[in-house]
Design a protein around this ligand. Structure first.
Ligand code: CA
Length: 750
């Protein structure tokens, strides 16, 4: 049944280091389309943004036409009071404008909208300012991230958004900088390097701003880093404080009492985990309660993943996979709650956290809610971190339940893979990933973009830390797929996700919309009794918030991951979303997507009632898998190539190869020239400038040839499967796996 996890693996993979995809958009081309900003417009933007401060964000409901902060409000509910677009009027919703990003890499950003100006981010940490009414570009800022840095971006060179504050716009860059821009012009005001450039840190998350401090985290735990967040003075960029999430080198002094406490839960034995970094990165979610003066952060997985390698003496390994409450004035820890003690499955707790005041058992409770990767939905008392309740929101096999008395999960013995490989749910992509949820105070429901995926975990008994590679402690041969067509089909069909409406008080699902595939987009709920969600199959859809009934959809022609926002300009309500496929799953997956969507260019789409803009019709050509060159192989060579492929290649090119990737070379389509230059590429580094690094440090010429033999053999197998009756019987899973769509929207087909 290994194959069943092949796709789950891809996704994992997607968590990987695929520096490879080509995004050839040159910096110069981006700047060429930047229009000169008129003095009048500059002055208007300066006026609108200069007054943007904490008081405006706290009172956001008094200006519902704006979307002032990442989650709209500090409690990150992502629910808008706007209701001109509602269940009665939504049939008239149509495209108001679109703006083409010029890139096929993933779009994950939540736009900020201030008085008719929209600030959005894109691949390579580019920032755009648009007229939110017309879509006209006002300015564009490109931080010029060196493209080779993409190899450290486990999950695509994405960015989840900017922050705006007192006349400036802030962005974290893939290469670890925090940049403050003049909101009116896009000119750099200041920038600081927030990470050690010698370590594989990346920033994809949106900064949050609290009381004139810009808070920024980072990522990189798959490669090996030590997690932390830092606060910088919003005006000057001066560092205010830094909070580490896991202890460092035990021979050095502790940075804080929190680290002294955490260090007691790491029992290294023979491990030198601090050299790998320990992990615990804060790469996405934060929330803030101004009354309690608490900043909440979500903490990620361990480096390496495998706890038997990372901390062989046992221990909870605080503060991995935890929600933490921190005093934003000085960066000291107030409370912690660990969702997955001793995490060994990549179960990050960096997922979206929502603050709300709920009636539970007849009592008003100030809660924080999270659906982390581990599959349990947590409701905590946000004043002190006490567990109120936790129930599984997707199928969970690693633990039976969360014990109410201890607040700890009760692990299933079968979830331990130190001796034998184990299939476990959820997998490393989680029951829920970074895609934002929303909470509607009208329905009292939390809406979850849920994933239903498993993974086969196996220990890498030969693990050795290598700063140039992934460092998970996971045996990647467990992701080698079956060659039985029925199992291949079953694996493809098992890739599923859904939109769940979750009652956080009773801890049960009220309704769900089952999606055909997974990695569907983040959520927005509105007072119009609507939920908006972009889908992996290229639709942008609206559902009734109380029932899940589909009430509207729009063919966006590209898979959508990002969360929508809504705002108003001149009295008209808009709904906007950054539509572009990629990210951890999208990069390498071959899951069924709409035949016409794959690799289409990303766009910002804005809708309003009676909108009359139109998207260009995509022109799509589908190319069958070409016959590979003849090659004489031996069973021993194929087996060797298969192992090496899954150790070094599958993390980017996909386990088993049955896929049409979104951005990385699909090796089944390798030309005769590629085959002829194989060793020069694999070991000689001929494509290093495109992100395909040399593997000469781990592969000999015979190894590279064995990998080529495996690729040729798998390609032949794919062609046979695609020409078999399976293609006719399972078009929904094989149609997109058996052809490569080439999309053009520039001109009509000849
Ligand atoms: Ca991870």
């Amino acid at each position: 049944m290994r194959i069943e996890h092949r796709l789950a693996v891809c996704m994992l993979v997607a968590l990987s280091a695929c520096g490879t995809q080509e995004d050839t958009t040159p910096t110069s081309e981006l700047s060429e389309r930047t229009p000169a900003v008129g003095a009048q417009l500059q002055s208007a933007i300066a006026t609108a943004t200069t007054s943007l401060d904490g008081a405006r964000i706290i009172n956001a409901d008094s200006e519902p036409g704006n979307w002032l902060a990442h989650g709209r409000t500090y409690d990150e509910q992502r629910h808008s009071p706007l209701q001109d677009i509602n269940t009665d009027t939504v049939a008239d919703l149509d495209l108001a404008w679109h703006w083409d990003t010029g890139t096929t890499r993933g779009l994950e950003a939540t736009p900020i909208v201030v008085d008719g100006v929209m600030f959005t981010t894109g691949p390579w940490s580019v920032v755009w300012a648009h007229d939110a009414k017309t879509g006209a570009l006002i300015w564009e800022y490109d931080p010029a991230v060196p493209r080779e840095y993409g190899k450290y971006a486990c999950c695509d060179v994405v960015n989840r958004g900017a922050a705006a504050w007192k006349g400036r716009v802030y962005v974290g860059t893939i290469d670890g900088r925090l940049v403050a821009l003049n909101a009116a012009t896009g000119a750099v005001d200041w920038e600081v390097q927030t990470t050690d450039p010698e370590r594989p840190y990346t920033i994809t998350g949106a900064p949050r701003i609290i009381k004139d401090k810009v808070i920024i985290g980072n990522g990189g735990a798959e490669y090996g880093v030590r997690g932390y967040i830092t606060a910088y003075d919003a005006t000057t960029g001066a560092e205010q404080w830094r909070f580490y999430t896991v202890p460092g080198d035990p021979s050095l002094p502790f940075e804080s009492p929190a680290m002294e406490m955490a260090a007691k839960t790491w029992r290294a034995g023979s491990s030198r985990w601090w050299e790998v970094g320990g992990g615990g990165t804060v790469w996405d979610s934060m929330a803030f309660d101004p009354d309690l003066n608490l900043l909440y952060i979500g903490v990620g997985n361990g480096s390496p993943w495998n706890r038997y390698i990372r901390s062989p003496g046992g221990g909870d390994n605080l503060f991995l996979s935890s929600m933490l409450a921190i005093n934003p004035d000085n960066g000291t820890l107030v409370w912690h709650y660990q969702t997955t003690p001793g995490d060994t499955w990549d179960y990050t707790a960096v997922q979206h956290m929502i603050l709300a005041d709920l009636q539970i058992g007849g009592e008003p409770r100030k809660v924080i809610m999270q659906a982390p990767k581990n599959g349990f939905f947590y409701v905590l008392d946000r004043t002190n971190g006490e567990l109120i309740s936790a129930e599984a929101y997707v199928p969970v096999t690693w633990a039976s339940h969360v014990d109410q008395e201890t607040g700890r999960p009760v692990e299933n013995p079968d979830a331990h893979y130190a001796n034998d490989p184990q299939e476990i749910r959820p997998g490393p992509l989680g029951g829920h990933n970074w895609q934002p949820m929303s909470y509607s105070p009208d329905t009292n429901l939390v809406y979850i973009p849920a994933l239903d995926l498993s993974f086969v975990y196996a220990q890498d008994n030969a693990f050795q830390y290598n700063p140039e590679e992934w460092n998970m402690g996971i045996d990647t041969s467990a992701m080698i797929p079956s060659k039985d067509p029925d199992e291949v089909i079953a694996a493809l069909q098992a890739v599923r996700g859904h939109l769940a409406a979750w009652d956080p008080v009773s801890q049960r699902e009220v309704w769900r919309v089952q999606h055909a595939t997974t990695w569907n987009g983040g959520l927005l709920s509105t007072a119009g009794n609507l939920i908006f969600q972009g889908l992996a199959d290229g639709r942008f859809a609206a559902f009734k918030a109380d029932s899940g009934e589909l009430v509207w959809e729009f063919p966006a022609n590209v898979g959508i991951m990002a969360a929508p926002v809504t705002y108003a300009v001149d009295g008209e309500q808009y709904v906007a979303v950054a539509a572009g496929w990629g990210g951890a799953f999208g990069l390498t997956s071959g899951v069924p997507r709409h035949r016409d969507n794959v690799m289409a260019e990303g766009r910002i789409l804005a809708f309003k009632l009676g909108g009359n803009a139109e998207l260009p019709e995509p022109q799509v050509t589908h190319i069958n898998i070409p016959q590979p060159p003849d090659m004489r192989t031996t069973p021993e060579q194929l087996a060797h190539g298969e192992l090496l492929y899954h150790r070094y290649c599958a993390l980017c090119h996909g386990p088993g190869l049955l896929q049409s990737t979104a951005g990385i070379a699909d090796l089944r389509y390798s030309t005769p020239e590629i085959h002829a230059s194989w060793d020069a590429i694999v070991r000689g580094g001929a494509f290093a400038g495109r992100g395909m690094a040399s593997f000469a440090h781990v592969l000999e010429p015979a190894d590279s040839e064995a990998i080529r033999a495996y690729v040729v053999n798998q390609t032949l197998g794919n062609i046979a499967l695609c020409e078999s009756e399976y293609r006719r019987n399972y078009p929904e899973v094989l149609d997109t796996a058996c052809v490569m769509p080439v999309v053009s929207t520039d001109a009509p087909a000849p």
